[in-house]
Design a protein around this ligand. Structure first.
Ligand SMILES: *Cc1c(COP(=O)(O)O)cnc(C)c1O
Length: 421
């Protein structure tokens, strides 16, 4: 393709429909098919709404898959990123980056952690946590072949180490050999975890879990389970790592998912909402396990001024605009509304579960309705949703969502269910 063709301006009218299908064809001819895509080209957003190239409006309850905490085109994020762009957008970590220091300070002051390392994504944040836990095992505990226990139905990313950590065969198939040093247990099952720690005889260096399993079906962690794990880790010198990539930064109605469990992890990771849609990830830890030294870990883009300016803006806006409280209140409204739908459509729906603004609508096992089918029907009726497995529909709207928008989304889901019945 000629360079001119790449910079052709996209004209929307009067042939927008034709344009959308042309764009999809052009896309499919050049981009790897790693996603099954809806035939929709989104081109503009504002708040909790997005518009496609055909001018159709959607209520966005996917929010870039839980990234766009401030919604779309938020004035504060626009200002923060454009001002930083004019000043200095990227320098190497060979030099001090004040915005990175400020974001690290904010995160440390607002969590149980003492230190932060920055990268660009959730998978990378988990990679950093895995490396830190392994180094800690080698130098502090003298474990030569450390094992990290993770949960079945978990999700930790798509790199080789993180697909290995992810306890779902569908993400691992055809990519073996996987990484050594991982062991899986069923989530929220204390007896299974205690048995695994026992069986691995002192080789367990860390337990890595999501506070609430997101991709694996919006399954909240059980408080008693996590409290006993915390005790077990203290007894045995095992590091407790929580993957907060999806629930962290206010989505659960608390700043961090672990606050819902009444425990503190030794290490935790953040990404998705941290930059409000600008790519950034972070791995945070307590001082006692801060065993990285110069040269141990690095990232070219990690913690650059642009990403950190975005992160700082998200952090400050969460606080100044009361978005964590909003997530709790709107989340309660959403869950109550979903439960009402469960009683209205008992043949299709089983129950609703989640924390704050990460809610899962669980479909009945014994009927033909699948999460992708309901998501497709909702999309046709103007609501963006995303499955979390074959039988759970996930609701992760921006944290700025209003009561009216929650009501509107619930109305659309009811209409979609009525259309399906
Ligand atoms: C999305 C997600 C990841 C992976 O994040 P990427 O930015 O896609 O690498 C890891 N853990 C959890 C819990 C996630 O939801």
């Amino acid at each position: 393709m000629s360079p001119e063709a790449l910079v052709q301006p996209v004209s929307l009218q009067p042939t927008a429909q034709h344009q959308a299908s042309t764009e999809a064809e052009q896309f499919d001819a050049h981009v790897m098919t790693t996603y099954a895509r809806f035939p929709v080209v989104l081109e503009r957003g504002e708040g909790c709404r997005v518009w496609d190239t055909e001018g159709r409006e959607y209520l966005d309850f996917v929010a870039g898959i839980a990234t766009c905490a401030l919604g779309h085109a938020h004035p504060a994020l626009i200002d923060a990123v454009s001002q930083q762009m004019r000043k200095l957008h990227h320098v190497s970590n060979l030099y001090y980056i004040p915005e990175q220091g400020q974001l690290a300070q904010w995160l440390v002051e607002h969590s149980c952690a003492d230190r932060a390392f920055f990268c660009n994504s959730g998978a990378e944040a988990n990679e950093a946590a895995i490396k830190l836990a392994r180094k800690y095992a080698h130098i502090q505990r003298g474990i030569s072949e450390p094992v990290i226990i993770t949960a079945l139905a978990s999700f930790h990313g798509r790199t080789l180490a993180t697909i290995t950590a992810t306890g779902q065969p569908k993400y691992q198939k055809n990519f073996d050999p996987l990484m050594p040093g991982f062991h899986y247990v069923p989530y929220n099952d204390l007896a299974a975890l205690e048995a695994a720690v026992e069986a691995l005889e002192g080789r367990v260096c860390a337990i890595l879990l999501e506070a609430l399993q997101g991709e694996g079906g919006v399954r909240p962690g059980d408080r008693a389970y996590f409290q006993r794990i915390r005790e077990l880790c203290n007894e045995k010198g095992i590091l407790l790592i929580l993957d907060e990539v999806q629930v962290g930064m206010g989505r659960s109605g608390k700043l961090w998912g672990y606050e819902n469990l009444g425990i503190e992890p030794d290490i935790f990771t953040s990404a998705k909402a941290l930059g409000g849609g600008v790519p950034i990830g972070a791995m945070l830890c307590k001082e006692f396990c801060n065993v990285f030294g110069p040269g141990d870990h690095a990232s070219t883009f990690g913690g650059n001024p642009l990403a950190c300016a975005a992160g700082l803006c998200v952090a400050q806006t969460l606080v100044s605009d009361g978005l964590i409280e909003n997530a709790a209140e709107r989340g309660a409204q959403l869950q109550a509304g979903l439960n009402e739908l469960v009683s209205r459509f008992p043949n299709l729906l089983d129950h609703a579960r989640g924390w704050g603004l990460i809610q899962g609508l669980v479909l009945k096992e014994d009927n033909g309705l699948t999460a992708p089918a309901l998501v497709k029907t909702a999309l046709e009726q103007g609501l963006l949703l995303v499955p979390a497995g074959p039988k759970v529909v996930r609701f992760v709207p921006p944290l700025i969502v209003t009561a009216e928008e929650i009501d509107r989304a619930l109305t659309i889901v009811a209409e979609a269910l009525t259309a399906i019945v």
